[in-house]
Design a protein. Structure first.
Length: 356
């Protein structure tokens, strides 16, 4: 039996995979102890390989963040990031082949930044196809070469921090970079990422290892959820989010049964008002996962929308420990004209809200 269920962890280590043996040992211990956990980590593109990614995924790793910084090799050298483009591309491809979301950290507003270097960053982004990207404006921090250079140029001491509330942005120290230009750079990068994200998803090609099939199903269903209800669901710049989610859920089910995928598909068809298709999908899901609360709740909602309130209640009365189950049961009794029971459930629902 799993010792921990559903917990998520972050390994706060700038280069978690620098010691491969340590990482593999940790992963094997997680598997040996049957810990039902997910976790994410930070690494460098030159410190990952197929073996370490296999064990990380088997042990529950769902995301690795890599510092890419810029598509300009010249800027990467200025930032002290001595990695080659080939290394970046290989790490991102391999990470996502093993069903781990590869997140890219980009920095803009750097020394010698221009529209040309921004385009180079976009070209690299299109080459590595990250499923998540974070864009930062370059800060100056004590202990870095750029900060030391700034001190020398401006003849200032560390006392500058006594009068600052916010960080020192590099562009504030460079006459060739204006605030408007920096904002335009950021807008360009983010728009390019969101525009191309559907193509990045479409290009996914997971490694065909049967030992990883359960993890592959989990990967696709998690990614689908980000487009349906998660971070990407509210981004207008991403086209056809519901179609992307559906395709990913169906890819998930190609690797075996997955409760999240069944539930996600059921909800998508509810949104499209195709409740019969929703019921058909959820029936298959509940057959595989009869005790899954979200599947049963979703099924009840579909039956409510077809007007079969008695059938909906057959699911909801098993979910009286959930606020949603109580609320929807009240609505069913109201629709059936049983005001006494409806009122009792509404009072129970109100009481549950007060205790939370």
């Amino acid at each position: 039996m799993p010792l921990v269920s559903g917990a998520r962890f972050h390994f706060s280590d700038d280069t978690f995979t620098v010691n491969q043996k340590r990482v593999v040992d940790i992963c094997k211990k997680i598997i040996e102890k049957e810990l039902d956990i997910t976790w994410n980590a930070v690494s460098r593109v030159d410190y990952v390989n197929a073996e370490i990614l296999y064990w990380m995924r088997k042990a529950g790793c769902i995301q690795i963040s890599y510092g890419v910084e810029s598509g300009s090799e010249k800027i990467r050298r200025v930032l002290g990031k001595h990695i080659r483009q080939q290394q970046i591309c290989e790490a991102f491809e391999l990470t996502q082949r093993y069903g781990i979301m590869a997140r890219a950290y980009f920095i803009y507003g750097c020394p010698q930044e221009s529209w040309q270097t921004i385009e180079q960053t976009i070209e690299l982004m299109n080459a590595i196809k990250p499923l998540s990207a974070i864009f930062y404006i370059l800060d100056l921090f004590p202990g870095t070469a750029l900060y030391d250079d700034y001190q020398k140029r401006e003849n200032i001491s560390d006392d500058i921090w006594l009068n600052r509330i916010e960080d020192i942005m590099y562009f504030e120290t460079d006459p060739s970079l204006t605030k408007d230009l920096i904002l335009a750079f950021g807008q360009k990068l983010r728009s390019a990422f969101y525009e191309k994200l559907p193509a990045y998803v479409e290009a996914l090609d997971l490694i065909d290892k049967k030992a990883l099939y359960p993890q592959h199903g989990d990967f696709y269903s998690r990614l689908a959820l980000t487009f349906q209800k998660g971070d990407y669901a509210t981004i207008d710049g991403i086209a056809h989010k519901d179609r992307i989610a559906e395709k990913l859920y169906r890819r998930s089910l190609q690797y075996g049964t997955n409760a999240r995928a069944y539930c996600g598909l059921g909800m998508l068809y509810q949104q499209r008002k195709d409740f019969n298709e929703s019921i058909q999908i959820l029936t298959a899901g509940i057959k595989a996962f009869p005790k899954d609360e979200q599947l049963n709740l979703c099924m009840a909602v579909s039956y409510m929308n077809t007007g079969d309130y008695q059938k909906a209640l057959s699911y909801l009365l098993e979910l009286q420990h959930l606020k949603e189950g109580i609320y929807f049961a009240a609505k069913c009794y109201q629709a059936l004209g049983d005001e006494q029971r409806a009122q009792g459930y509404l009072e129970k629902y109100a009481s549950m809200n007060k205790t939370i």
